[in-house]
Design a binder for this molecule. Structure first.
Ligand SMILES: Nc1ncnc2c1ncn2[C@@H]1O[C@H](COP(=O)(O)OP(=O)(O)OP(=O)(O)O)[C@@H](O)[C@H]1O
Ligand SMILES: [Mg+2]
Length: 383
């Protein structure tokens, strides 16, 4: 059954942005975000990890710029940006690259809109490519220029611009984050030709930045709580990918994949790939459990290290949730899982929410990562 493993590339995508044929559904979400981009409405997208925020924003950006020829959608990911200085550099670079089409334009645009930018040019990794970089001089003095650069470019070039910033919660880690956020907001709220789409994978931190009345970004834009992709759409998607690579899988087997992964798009694609890898031409029922166990094993070390950072009560609370308990503060659950007291349950719950391990999305407490939930229940706590 392993014969085909190396011959063909898997038709599934995980851990990267899902695009083109690997992107499925989200038609309503996408159409509505496209309209927000065209309307220049500021948007904030919040969801648990790996539900498809980054993929959706990319897709909506492509569609919106196809529909509106005056619209430029610029994407930056600030996951590794550690301070304001780096933020300005990355922002400036992304906006200039996203709005200056012919290459010659690049330097002049940089110099024109922000005298503090020093463009440098070097040979890129591939033949005939050129790498463009910026250094920001005296960024503190020139921050205002950079924060207004998109608006100025949009005015002069008669464009509309949407700036999409992924892992936006990262700004909460800068020194003096509230002053920085206040500065960003004071500029951005005056822009009439530029909108911002802000999103990130740390759900709890994003909610802190945008939903806390005391914070500068409170009510900055329309907040979108992304839902899961409709579970009923996945079997056809999975079966199609198998069929396109001369393999077959039944509807029930596809449904089992969706069920085991709790309809999490990342794990659906990952499990489908693992099943696809071990399927020669026809998928057998036992392949699904086998592939699932492989993924659980692959994640086991990570899950163990994470669990070891937690207190015993936090671990016990996870055990109760993994077993499907709903009344976490009831006397029977407290006794059964050794949770000590209601106060201890509340305390553990709030820490686990802050760590984005559990979620009270749509009034249901769940463990965010379905593989972690399974590992806790079936391996770690299995007596
Ligand atoms: N619309 C989609 N169609 C098919 N697969 C998808 C879709 N959206 C997401 N996925 C799957 O989920 C994975 C994670 O998607 P993505 O990175 O967009 O999520 P995210 O919410 O940005 O994640 P994170 O919270 O980690 O930043 C993708 O690699 C892909 O496997
Ligand atoms: Mg993402």
């Amino acid at each position: 059954m392993y014969q085909n493993m190396i011959q063909m590339k898997s038709p599934f995508v995980y851990g990267k942005v899902a695009s083109e044929s690997s992107f499925t559904d989200r038609e309503k979400d996408c159409a509505s975000l496209v309209q927000d981009f065209i309307n220049l409405t500021n948007t904030i997208i919040i969801s648990p990890r790996r539900w498809g925020k980054s993929s959706l924003v990319r897709r909506a950006g492509e569609e919106a710029s196809q529909k509106d020829k005056h619209l430029r959608v610029c994407h930056l990911d600030i996951f590794n940006v550690r301070n304001e200085d780096e933020f300005y550099e990355k922002l400036a670079k992304t906006i200039i690259q996203g709005t200056s089409s012919p290459f010659e334009d690049f330097f002049s645009t940089a110099l024109k809109y922000a005298a503090s930018l020093v463009p440098t040019i070097s040979a890129g990794d591939m033949v005939n490519t050129i790498k463009l970089e910026f250094k920001v001089k005296d960024f503190h003095r020139n921050a205002d220029d950079i924060l207004d650069m998109a608006e100025k470019i949009a005015e002069e070039k008669n464009l509309h611009i949407v700036v999409c910033i992924d892992e936006f919660q990262q700004i909460a880690n800068f020194s003096d984050p509230l002053a920085f956020q206040a500065k960003l907001r004071s500029h951005w709220q005056l822009h009439s030709r530029v909108a911002y789409c802000l999103y990130g994978s740390r759900r709890h931190m994003m909610i802190e930045v945008f939903s806390n009345k005391e914070r500068p970004f409170y009510q900055f834009g329309k907040t979108i709580f992304l839902k899961k992709i409709d579970a009923r759409l996945w079997p056809a998607f999975i079966a199609d990918k198998f069929k396109g690579t001369q393999k077959s899988i039944t509807q029930e087997q596809c449904e089992r994949i969706v069920e085991l992964t709790d309809n999490n798009p990342y794990y659906i694609q990952r499990l489908s790939e693992e099943v696809w890898n071990i399927t020669d031409d026809t998928c057998h029922d036992n392949y699904i459990q086998e592939a699932f166990e492989t993924i659980v094993q692959e994640q086991a070390d990570l899950n163990l290290s994470l669990t070891q950072t937690l207190t015993i009560t936090q671990q016990n609370l996870l055990n109760a949730i993994a077993h499907g308990e709903k009344e976490l503060s009831s006397a029977s659950v407290i006794a059964k899982y050794d949770l000590k007291s209601n106060v201890a349950v509340q305390r553990a719950k709030s820490v686990l929410i802050k760590m984005d391990i559990i979620d009270n999305f749509e009034k249901r407490i769940t463990i965010e990562d379905p593989i972690y939930a399974y590992w806790l229940r079936e391996i770690y706590f299995y007596a």
